[in-house]
Every structure is written in C-alpha cells, then in structure tokens.
Design a protein around this ligand. Structure first.
Ligand code: ADP
Ligand code: GLC
Length: 479
C-alpha cells in the first residue's frame, strides 16, 4: 500500500511529546512490512536545522488563504530510519523557535498556519509518487484535511488518529473565511461547534476512519468525563472509531543498547541500574543514596496530574525518598515545582526544559515513574519506563490502564501501581505501596524483571493499522 502520513511532530527533529515518537516509529514499522510510506510536515526551524539530506524540490504549491493566494515550496529529506519526508516551506509561519507557541501558549496566527498546512497536504498528495491511497492524519493540526478531501472529491481515503482529544484547534467563527470552504460547512453538520471552528470535530465528522492510541481511550472519549465536549459527536460515529495501542520503540529505548547510559543493563542483571542512579544523583547535585528515587518526565500540564503531585509532595520530603522532575509547560506549574525544589533541595530536584539525554538517564536511574494523569490517550514514557525496570505509579486510565498490571502482593505479580480516583489520597496511597515493595528486595526484583519483559512492539500496532488501511482501500474500490 502507498501511505502518506501528515503531522506536526517527528522525533528527534520536531518534538513536544509522544506524537513525535509515533511518527518516527510507525512509518518505519509499516515500511518493514513492505508498504511505501512518506510523511509531510511543516518545515519548522528545528527540522531545517537537523533533518538529514534536506533539500528544496522544484515543486511549489499554492492555496488560497482567505483573500490571498499563498505559496509554499516543498522540500524533501530523509529520517534516520530512511523514511522520506516532505516539508512545507513557509518561513513566516514555520521558521520560529516553537512549534505551536512558547510553552503553555499558542501563536496568535495558528489558524492561518495550520489551515494552510492542511490545504497543502492534499495538493502535495496529488504529486507524490507512488500516489498514496491513504492519508493518515494525526491530531487537530491536520483536522481540516478530511474536509478538503471530501469537498474536493479527491481520490484519497482518510484515517485520522486522535492522540489527544483535549487539543481541538478551536478558532472563532471570524476565521472561517480562511478555510475558503462554502458557507454551508460552518454548521452543526459541518466543522462548526458552539459557534467556533473546531478542527478536531471536522476530522471526526469527515474522515473515513478514526482511531485513538489505546482501546480504553477509544471507549473513554465517548463519555462526558473524557469527551472534552465531543463525547456525543464521537459516540454517534463509534461505527468508524477504534483504538490501537502505540508501541514502544526499543531501538531507541532499551537499557541493553541505550548509548546514553554509562552502563547498560538487562532483565538478567537489573542491579546495574544502580550506576545510573548514582549518576543521576550527581547530575542534580546530590550524594548517592539508597533511598527510593521517584521521577516524573512530562509536559507540565493539568492533563498530567501535576497538581496532584504537588498535593502529595510530603511523600518525597521525607528522608526515605527522593524525587526528580523533568518537564516544561504551564508557567505556574513550573514555578510551583521550582519553589518546592528550592525549599527541599535535599530530596526534590526540578529541571525545567526539554532534555532528551537526561530523560534517558533518568528513566534508567529512577526506581519509579510517576504518571498521575487525569487522562492518558496512550502514554509512551511509562512504556519506556517498564523496559528500564522503572516501575510506573499511574492513574488507571487510557493507555496506562491497558498496559500496566497493578502489583498483587498475594500472587507476587504486577508491573506497577495503579490508582483509580484522581485524588491526592489515592495517589499517595499508591506511592506508599511502591515504597513498601522497595523495602522488600525480592518483590522489587520480581516486579522489575516482569516489567522489563513486557513487549509493546510497533510491529503489532503496524499490523492493526494495516488491516484498517486494507479495509479503506477495499471500500474505495467498491465505491
Ligand atoms: P505526551 O505525548 O502526552 O506528552 P507521552 O508519554 O506519549 O506523553 O510522550 C512523551 C514523550 O516526550 C516521551 O518520549 C517523553 O520521554 C518525552 N518528554 C516529555 N517531557 C520531556 C522533557 N521535559 N524532556 C525530555 N523528554 C520529554
Ligand atoms: C498524546 C497523548 C499521549 C500519547 C501520545 C502519542 O500526546 O497525550 O498519551 O502517548 O499522544 O500517541
């Protein structure tokens, strides 16, 4: 099959979260299965600076954006996995420090930036050789593509993957002329939602198929608690919605081969983790210690349950435990965390920023990973943590619930510690269960080994996507 992926992130060239990891790994897994896969992204500054073999092509594409006609040159490059990438060059939109805006904010012209990107995608698809049968679109930035495909009666099938329902691409109605769509599209049956343009709703209504990144999240988003206002819209379309669990890219995230670790280790000798633990302590200015080390590696947003972490901070102030946070995001959450690190510098360290190398080292050195997310479409960090023998303490939701089994002391089995209610007491209780296991080395060793044996391969996810592509192509042939 011939597939074109469209998105705004791709590891390691443009990344704010897990979407980037998916775009790096899934096309490569599909290619290993014999398909022809290319990706299209905006030519962001970070991509311009880092993508291998980047060069301009002769192709210049133009699309109306409101009253003006805008053009973009297409560039081409290749990822380190040898996947072909097309880039949409539009300096005034994409040659900026951040992808979407400084952490916690949005650029004021995001409607123009991503409507334009979404217009160029189907135009480009008509030039790509071999011609793609499927456009596989990711998150709201590409949400209008299925609308343009439908409105233009273009010969592509669209699969839209929801990585996070909380980000919908909501813009006021006055931006509608920027779509250049007939006025009838700005209606409840179209892309309008509460008098706004809603790019995610557009994708839900107009794409041929919808997926989310875990089966549990596909069910959750049809309920008011997780639906972010779109539960009903999704429920009405559940016939085309399903969940496919993400994989973990073990070529990048495996302590047996991770070049960023001073000492590699495996399920057979997880004790070598200790060396990374000492190194991590040193990096944040602490003496080595046998105290349990908890970590959180995350975007700092309400989604990730950071306020819950702040509420239970006493758990990490005691002599018997330590906490290291690596993240960036909401400025007020950053400030609160930094304040705690200043006040309790012997047991709490906070690093603000996006630091891939430290993320690897921290996953290897920590004993436990905290993921108290209020919702989690899939979550990749905990999948990596499992492979590093770093046991997740997680809210039982979305992909976390689908992939972590809670420690059962009677059976002596489990890969992490789950809690249900999104409240501080439940989270604190899970942390205490983890501390108990830490004090019992045979149980700790058993859990670590079980965690490290878990296998969430991209091959399995790719096979599931392949089935969907096949059905879409089959239905196109029947039309
Ligand atoms: P989300 O996509 O919701 O942010 P995921 O768990 O799916 O959550 O993916 C997060 C990805 O981003 C992981 O690869 C994680 O290691 C990485 N990450 C998050 N914050 C940071 C940070 N501050 N520094 C380095 N890597 C980070
Ligand atoms: C989103 C979700 C996260 C998921 C990632 C990749 O950012 O928040 O749970 O793992 O996308 O699909």
């Amino acid at each position: 099959m011939n597939l074109l992926f469209a998105a705004t992130e791709l590891s390691p060239y443009a990344k704010t979260g897990g979407l980037a990891d998916v775009l790096a790994a899934l096309p490569a897994a599909l290619r290993r299965r014999g398909h022809s896969v290319a990706c299209v992204l905006p030519l962001f500054r970070s991509i311009r600076e880092t993508l291998p073999e980047l060069r301009p092509t002769d192709l210049v594409l133009s699309a109306p954006l409101g009253l003006s006609l805008q053009s973009a040159r297409i560039w081409e490059g290749r990822t380190d996995r040898d996947i072909r990438v097309f880039l949409v060059e539009k300096e005034e939109f994409f040659d900026r420090t951040y992808l979407y805006g400084p952490p916690g904010t949005d650029y004021a012209d995001n409607a123009s930036r991503f409507f334009f990107f979404s217009k160029i995608i189907p135009l480009l698809a008509q030039h790509v050789q071999p011609t793609p049968e499927i456009l596989h679109l990711h998150d709201w930035h590409t949400g209008l593509v299925p609308v343009f495909v439908r409105a233009g009666r273009l010969p592509f099938r669209t699969l839209f993957t929801i990585h996070n329902l909380a980000y919908q691409g909501n813009f006021w109605g006055l931006d509608f002329p920027l779509t250049n769509l007939p006025a009838s599209y700005f209606s409840p049956a179209g892309i309008e939602f509460h008098q706004h343009i809603n790019c995610l709703k557009a994708a839900i209504v107009f794409s041929d198929r919808l997926t989310t990144v875990s089966p549990r999240y596909a069910r959750e988003i049809q309920t008011p608690e997780f639906g972010c206002g779109l539960a009903e819209v999704l429920h009405e379309r559940k016939y085309k919605l399903s969940g496919i669990l993400n994989g973990a890219d073990y070529t990048r995230w495996d302590p047996r081969s991770d070049p960023r670790l001073a000492t590699r280790y495996s399920a057979g000798n997880p004790d070598a983790k200790h060396l990374s633990k000492d190194l991590v302590a040193k990096q944040v200015g602490w003496e080595p210690s046998d105290a349990p080390l908890f970590c959180l590696i995350s975007r700092l947003t309400a989604q990730k349950g950071i306020p819950l972490l702040i509420e239970i901070i006493d758990e990490f102030r005691q002599e018997d435990s330590r906490l290291i946070v690596l993240g960036e995001g909401d400025p007020s959450l950053q400030e609160s965390l930094l304040g705690l690190a200043r006040a309790f510098s012997q047991s709490i360290a906070v690093r603000i920023g996006f630091d891939e190398a430290f993320a690897h080292l921290l996953l290897a050195g920590a004993d436990f990973l905290l993921t108290p997310s209020l919702f989690e479409p899939c979550g990749l960090t905990h999948l990596y943590a499992l492979r590093y023998g770093t046991l997740p303490i997680a809210r039982e939701t979305g992909g976390l619930a689908d992939t972590i089994t809670s420690w059962n002391p009677v059976a002596g089995q489990g890969t992490g510690f789950l809690f249900q209610a999104p409240v501080a007491s439940a989270f604190a209780e899970a942390v205490r269960r983890a501390k108990e296991v830490y004090r019992d080395p045979p149980s700790l060793r058993e859990m670590r080994q079980e965690a490290m044996r878990q296998e969430f391969s991209w091959e399995r996810s790719a096979a599931a996507y392949e089935e969907i592509y096949q059905r879409l192509i089959g239905s196109a042939a029947r039309d």
